[in-house]
Design a protein around this ligand. Structure first.
Ligand code: HEM
Length: 416
């Protein structure tokens, strides 16, 4: 395995991190493949923020499991550092040990498969209603994002948090403005991307502040009430910490699941044989969801920062330098996956890293799987024919590989 950190000139025109690239071209799988083969730990200097590009499954796994050596707090996303006027406390995903573990415990107990069985029926009811709206709609051409993959996670997250249904639309808008801050379609008119994201963040804190206060007086079984009552190291969460918890659940749980679901629909349109196989054998849905997660890998990268001088594959990483973990590249690593660029719905094993790995492994992974299962469980059996009406429109972001619009034409069989 070569260990070149300095990329030769043939890499000069290649791109792996500019938000506009992802909007125009989708994922740079060819470049990631070359990096895995020629420079798996590569210094990427031509971005606003220089970083080490980490593209191999084994390296991302090892880094994810060493939160003492690779911190999340200093630079979780590769973007220009900006001064913020509104600076709420770090959210769970931006914390490092020793603070991170006790904070994570608050929510992890709620999201185990066992705990989720208790609310399975409610998630099923929410998903079924959204899918049935589409099944009963006589219009053949629809935007799949607007009809299924966006409303479903929003509804589930809002319901989990305890947000009244009349406000679900607000949540949708806020998360779009935060994740899509680089995208003019979502940015507040006449503002910079950071200003637009900051405005949305302020509105989220204002809204959840009022809701959390109301739930102090009338607690129920929802997450806001859980955060209100939670203790870490023998003390109650401060009001702003309650709100930062609401923020991370809302933002982390929404766009990701949306794009996994949209990506999955696109995969099934492009692989009609896979669709027919799941229709004939519904037990294939679960491994198919894992393959959808591997194949689409909605989080493009998360960052880490070295706490001391260290070495990976012979490359010297200095204390304070940043690393970007490219999860979609790990998910096509030919050392781990046979035929990595093929969509194989019964792939076993499927050790994908779509949910990350180690200390920050996605706290909502089981919720996401359940949402995707519900969406496809009701939809797939009814699809007689489906085709793309036009190319998907993609999000301008280097964090979430987003599909903004997926125009499709469905023909459904009649229900039983
Ligand atoms: C397909 C959908 C999803 C994908 C692909 C996804 C992906 C990820 C990834 C890659 C991480 C790791 C972050 C890191 O490496 O620093 C993460 C963390 C996290 N995710 Fe998800 N996620 C999804 C759905 C959800 C949902 C539905 C929720 C909430 C209900 C959620 C909540 C979180 C939280 C709270 C963290 C931070 C965990 C920690 O720092 O300990 N995610 N997610």
């Amino acid at each position: 395995m070569p260990n070149t950190a300095t990329l030769d000139a043939s890499f000069d025109d290649l791109e792996i991190i500019q938000p506009s690239y992802f909007q125009e071209h989708g994922y740079p799988h060819d470049t990631w493949r070359r990096l895995r083969a020629e420079a798996p730990v590569a210094r990427w200097d031509r971005f606003d923020l220089p970083f080490w590009a980490i593209t191999k499954h084994a390296d991302i796994t090892a880094i994810g499991k060493r939160p003492d050596l690779f911190l999340s707090a200093p630079q979780l996303v590769m973007a220009r550092t900006r001064t913020r006027k509104f600076d709420p406390p770090p959210t769970l995903i931006e914390m490092d040990p020793p603070d991170h573990g006790p904070f994570r415990q608050i929510v992890s107990r709620r999201f185990t498969p066992r705990a989720l069985r208790r609310i399975h029926g409610d998630i099923d009811r929410i998903a079924r209603r959204i899918v049935e709206d589409l099944l009963n709609d006589p219009t053949p051409e629809v935007d799949f994002v607007a009809r299924i993959s966006a409303p479903l996670p929003i509804a589930v997250i809002a319901w989990l948090l305890g947000v009244p249904e009349s406000d679900w639309k607000l949540l949708f808008d806020w998360t779009n403005r935060i994740i899509g801050a680089n995208d003019p379609d979502y940015r507040d008119p006449g503002t910079s991307s950071s200003q637009s994201a900051e405005n949305a963040l302020r509105e989220i804190y204002q809204y959840f502040g009022e809701l959390a206060e109301a739930k102090q007086k009338n607690p129920s079984d929802d997450l806001i009430s859980l955060f209100n009552q939670a203790e870490v190291n023998g003390r109650r969460l401060a009001p702003m910490e309650v709100l930062s918890y609401c923020q991370v659940i809302l933002v982390a749980g929404n766009e990701t699941t949306r794009n996994a679901t949209s990506g999955g629909m696109l995969n099934l349109i492009q692989h009609p044989d896979a669709l027919r196989r799941i229709q004939a054998d519904p037990a294939l849905l679960q491994p198919a969801i894992e393959e959808i997660l591997r194949f689409n890998s909605p989080i493009i990268h998360f960052g880490r920062t070295a706490t001391q001088d260290t070495e990976i594959r012979g490359q010297k990483i200095r204390k304070g330098e940043h690393l970007a973990l490219f999860y979609p590249s790990a998910n096509r690593d030919e050392e781990v996956f046979d035929r990595p660029d093929d969509f194989v719905i019964d792939r076993t094993p499927n050790r994908h890293l779509a949910f990350g790995i180690g200390e920050h492994f996605c706290a909502g992974a089981h919720v996401a799987r359940l949402e995707m299962e519900m969406a496809f469980k009701y939809l797939i059996p009814r699809i007689e024919a489906v085709e793309l009406v036009s190319e998907p429109r993609r999000l301008r972001s280097n964090l979430v590989g987003g599909i903004k619009e997926l125009p499709v034409r469905f023909c459904f069989t009649s229900g039983v």
